[in-house]
Design a protein around this ligand. Structure first.
Ligand SMILES: NC(=O)c1ccc[n+]([C@@H]2O[C@H](COP(=O)([O-])OP(=O)(O)OC[C@H]3O[C@@H](n4cnc5c(N)ncnc54)[C@H](OP(=O)(O)O)[C@@H]3O)[C@@H](O)[C@H]2O)c1
Length: 310
């Protein structure tokens, strides 16, 4: 059984990429170490899975790996190839700012603010209430928990769809993924807050958009590939979908000239539900907390299940 002093030896790689991460490790009691001497690794690069795989192939003594962001889809193959290690990520870390952004996109979409912001003259009336609306949140993790709390004063009827359904404060009902179509039927607002997995790519297509209430609003703060972009564009154009608030897109970045930029019922934000300024203190706090827990032998926060892939 390694001692607390042994467990404190933590590598931060690639070095020099995000120096605040090394500070966060030290704040948790970690001692910055070379990969060969360390027992744990905090990975600092957001997308580079291949170099991480090489480090782990070479260093069997790295027992715990902390990944930087909430979505781990670029790393899934590496995680599964090294499923004997303990894996954690930033799931839930950014829930508060992302939920706030989802609420902003929902209100903007439902209240027609995209139209009004683009108008150059007095226009006719448009807009729907979020108050008492039928809302479906797909995903029941950190973002959903925060959004449920923010939605509480609006008195919505909220259905949460998640993999392992169980009661959640603020949710009217929580159902499993096999009930997704039922949960979408008649929804006036749909918020996507689930991880990107092979089974969730293209989840929201034209057939599912047609299940929603007339003039419904779709908000995506998860990953662009969850929706079939061309279907969303068509539905926004022909009125089957009332509005969309998209913080994530497919492709991403959304290229200049893409039809979504010109649709007055679409609001696109450039993956900024969680800006760097918001993220850094939150990620620092998570890393410091997990390093402290790791050294003390306590359960870590933000576990990744190699089989489930999130
Ligand atoms: N826009 C941004 O800046 C931003 C920031 C942070 C995160 N994100 C994205 O948002 C995602 C969610 O973040 P989070 O922190 O809330 O993650 P999380 O705490 O890991 O929650 C993920 C939730 O999705 C559920 N889920 C998994 N597969 C599902 C499926 N097929 N259908 C419905 N629900 C499913 C899980 O269900 P169970 O709990 O029942 O297993 C879990 O409740 C991340 O993976 C990331 O892609 C985006």
């Amino acid at each position: 059984m390694p001692t607390a002093a042994d467990r404190a030896r933590i590598a931060v790689l690639p070095a020099g990429v995000r120096t605040f991460i090394a500070d966060a490790v030290e704040a948790g009691g970690g001692v910055l170490s070379d990969a060969g001497d360390a027992v744990a690794l905090v990975w600092t690069e957001t997308a580079a899975a291949e170099p991480l795989g090489h480090v782990l192939d070479d260093q069997a003594g790295l027992h715990w790996v902390q990944l930087p962001w909430a979505g781990v889809e670029p790393y899934v193959d590496v995680i599964r190839a090294h499923a004997d290690r303990t894996w954690t990520c930033g799931k839930g870390v950014y829930a508060e700012p992302v939920a706030e952004h989802a609420l902003a996109l929902a209100l903007a979409g439902m209240r027609g603010l995209g139209h009004y912001a683009r108008a150059r003259s007095w226009t006719g009336q448009r807009g729907h209430n979020l108050l008492a609306a039928r809302v479906t949140i797909v995903g029941g993790g950190g973002i959903a928990v925060s959004l449920l709390r923010l939605l509480e004063p609006f008195g919505c009827e909220v259905t949460v769809v998640r993999r392992n359904p169980r009661a959640m404060p603020g949710a009217t009902r929580v159902v499993g993924g096999d009930r997704l179509d039922d949960a979408l039927a008649g929804a006036e607002l749909v918020v996507l807050a689930l991880p990107l997995l092979p089974g969730t790519a293209g989840l929201i297509d034209r057939r599912r958009l047609d299940l929603l209430a007339p003039d419904a609003c779709l908000v995506n703060v998860a990953r662009g590939q969850h929706v079939v972009t061309a279907d969303v564009v068509d539905a926004l154009r022909d009125g089957a979908l009332g509005s969309a608030g998209l913080d994530v897109t497919d492709p991403e970045p959304l290229p200049d000239g893409h039809p979504l930029w010109d649709l007055p019922n679409a609001i696109v934000t450039p993956h900024t539900a969680n800006t760097q300024e918001m993220a850094l203190p939150l990620l620092s706090a998570r890393i410091t907390d997990n390093v402290r827990r790791w050294i003390a032998g306590e359960p870590l926060v933000g576990s990744v299940d190699p089989v489930a892939g999130y």
